[in-house]
Design a protein around this ligand. Structure first.
Ligand code: G3P
Length: 222
């Protein structure tokens, strides 16, 4: 992934489901083409193939399980996610939390298939734990700010700069993203100034009346 990056999580929003997922991914692609910004999308699992087939943009899964090919009914296998067209995956999002051993297994499964890994964390302590597992990125997101419209880069800058500092000491190969409440160019700018290499966001764009306009505003901060 080139940086700085914007990873747009579609969550389970209706506005980011099915044909709406394709439309938002296309808006991301258009803004990326016009501005040179690096934008990736994380639609729901059933939409990965559809989005990746129609829009030429990096697609992430919202989750993978730490399973190998075999007898694991109902699990999400990294190989299947990759085959569907994803290039990476979120792991341990605050809305899909895992135990530490499960995060490790998911990172291992994703790494086995060459998927880029973004492990989400909720504070500096979990950022430290996650970075020891060797993901490509950790994305620190204080849960109380998720969906609040109050940007982490302003409301809790210490959790971002503290995560960056801690990860540098533990595993300098791991890069830090931040998220929660990010929606404007100034939020993006502040996030980069705190040492993160990009943002993970959702509602500010997916639930916007004009996602393309929201994206243009956001990339102004790069
Ligand atoms: O995955 C991104 C997310 O948790 C942040 O959500 O709506 O605050 O941008 P939001």
């Amino acid at each position: 992934m080139n940086e700085p990056i914007i990873v747009l999580n579609f969550k389970t929003y209706t506005e980011g489901t099915g044909k709406n997922a394709v439309a938002i991914a296309q808006a991301c692609k258009d803004v990326s083409d016009e501005t040179g910004a690096h934008i990736a999308v994380a639609p729901q699992l059933p939409d990965i193939y559809r989005v990746a087939s129609i829009v030429d943009i990096p697609v992430f899964s919202q989750h993978v399980d730490g399973v190998e090919p075999g007898s694991f009914t109902g699990h999400i296998m990294a190989e299947a996610v990759k085959e569907a067209g994803a290039i990476g995956t979120l792991i341990n999002h605050s809305e899909r939390r895992l135990k530490l051993a499960d995060i490790d297994a998911s990172v291992t499964a994703a790494g086995r298939t060459g998927l880029t890994t973004i492990v989400c964390t909720n504070n500096i302590a979990t950022t430290i734990a996650a970075s020891t597992l060797g993901p490509d990125y950790v994305a620190v997101e204080p849960p109380e700010l998720i969906g609040s419209g109050i940007p982490v880069s302003k409301a809790d800058p210490e959790v971002v700069s503290g995560s960056v500092k801690a990860v540098r000491n533990i595993n300098p190969d791991v890069k830090v993203l931040c998220g929660a409440g990010i929606s404007k160019g100034e939020d993006m700018k502040a996030a980069l100034e705190l040492g993160s290499v990009g943002v993970l966001l959702a509602s500010g764009v997916v639930k916007s009346n004009d996602p393309k306009k929201a994206l243009f505003d956001l990339v102004n901060g790069i």
